[in-house]
Design a protein around this ligand. Structure first.
Ligand SMILES: Cc1cc2nc3c(=O)[nH]c(=O)nc-3n(C[C@H](O)[C@H](O)[C@H](O)COP(=O)(O)O)c2cc1C
Length: 365
């Protein structure tokens, strides 16, 4: 059976499995099968869909439509061919680190896995993968292979980059600069990931962020003039954050990442998912994604747009968090230039005709 048919079957079975299996077994099952699923997707051959459904130009780049995958889906660039064939407007690879990292591991079925779990009643998910990465070098090879194979048109490739979670201070920042230097030779844009909820970040100091971004831009500009974006998980101080980004002369903001304030979002979950929420977060913490964070992400980005317009800042917005429907896209276009999705993309893949997904999502005006 093809992987997409299997995904459809799994999607139908999930609510029942979540009911009959103990929460711990359900978590183990989905954590153990995630890498296998991604590998099978990467091997999937589809007839290529021409994704020119909503061509736009943003930050000097041409996009065949304004929806692409969010960071984390394609950690190492192995899904570029699959995304291109499906008709995505662009792709984000990573988060990529300067050297390999296992991420957070736990034992299930005799092997180690990175924890994640779908919340099947709520079109949402929890993950605490902890940034597993093969390191940047194999990613560069995968991108080269994809470009030689497909000669993509109007399909920019973004690199999500972060410091290695096992490094601190200067060494960590040097890791970011090393990745930026390498990525800038092949990427169309870069997302600096300042937002992973599953690794330790210091409380954001806007002055320090601003200085780091200026250095990153310097290094990137030695290679090329590609756009540099910053991805954030939380924006507590909207004015301070946007002023710092504009002052550093980055091209835009990507937001939001997964959320960890479970109490705030619990009312957006179906009660049948509460046992999974409790079990998962008590063992792994983790970030919540998907429909449960939709209105929160949308409202934050609306607020960002209002501030950017009021102060005439030169920043583009990439909206991410719970995007699931053509209506979400139409609304999002009123405040953000581009959109990324992850959790609800997987649901769409498992419940719709894959050849139609990007067309249905993006052609509505
Ligand atoms: C399993 C998983 C892994 C993720 N890994 C990353 C990552 O490596 N880097 C990153 O910036 N965001 C990562 N994210 C966050 C997503 O990019 C996105 O910001 C978040 O899931 C909200 O979007 P969604 O509701 O469409 O899933 C990950 C999300 C999930 C579910």
């Amino acid at each position: 059976m093809g992987i997409l048919n299997l995904a459809k079957m799994d999607h139908k079975l999930r609510p029942t499995l979540a009911k009959i299996l103990p929460a711990s077994t359900f978590i183990k099952l989905y954590s153990a099968t995630r890498p296998w699923f991604i590998k099978r997707l990467a091997e999937e051959e589809l007839d290529t869909v021409d994704g020119h459904f909503y061509p736009i130009e943003v930050m000097g780049l041409k996009f065949r439509n304004d929806l692409g995958n969010a960071a984390g889906l394609d950690k190492d660039g192995s899904l570029l061919g699959f995304q291109y064939q499906l008709g995505a407007g662009f792709a984000v690879v990573g988060t990529v680190l300067n050297r390999p990292h296992t991420g957070n591991l736990f034992s299930a079925f005799g092997r180690k896995h990175n924890p994640w779990v779908p919340l099947p009643g709520s079109d949402s998910a929890l993950n605490s993968l902890g940034l597993p990465s093969k390191g940047i070098d194999p990613v560069l090879d995968n991108i080269k292979y994809f470009q030689d194979q497909y000669h993509p048109k109007d399909f920019p490739i973004g690199f999500s980059i972060m410091g290695h979670p096992l490094d601190e201070g200067e060494a960590k920042f040097q890791g970011v600069l090393d990745c930026v230097k390498k990525a800038a030779k092949v990427a169309d844009f870069i997302e600096i990931n300042e937002s992973c909820p599953n690794v330790k970040h210091k409380q954001k100091d806007m002055g320090e962020l601003n200085n780091r971004l200026k250095l990153i831009l310097e290094v990137a500009r030695e290679q090329s003039n590609l756009p540099i974006l910053v991805k954030l998980g939380q924006i507590h101080d909207m004015a301070g954050t946007l002023d710092a980004l504009a002052d550093a002369k980055v091209n835009g903001l990507v937001a939001l990442n997964t959320q960890t304030n479970y109490e705030q979002f619990k009312e957006n979950l179906t009660s049948s998912d509460y046992a999974l929420l409790e079990k998962y977060t008590s063992e792994f913490n983790g970030g919540l994604s998907g429909a449960a964070i939709r209105s929160f992400a949308r409202d934050k980005m609306k607020e960002a747009r209002a501030y950017i317009n009021k102060h005439a800042l030169d920043l583009s917005l990439v909206h991410v968090g719970g995007i699931a429907s053509p209506e979400d896209i139409v609304e999002s276009r009123s405040f953000a230039e581009l959109r990324e999705w992850y959790s609800c993309f997987l649901s769409a893949l498992a419940s719709q005709d894959p050849r139609q997904i990007y067309q249905v999502m993006t052609e509505k005006k």
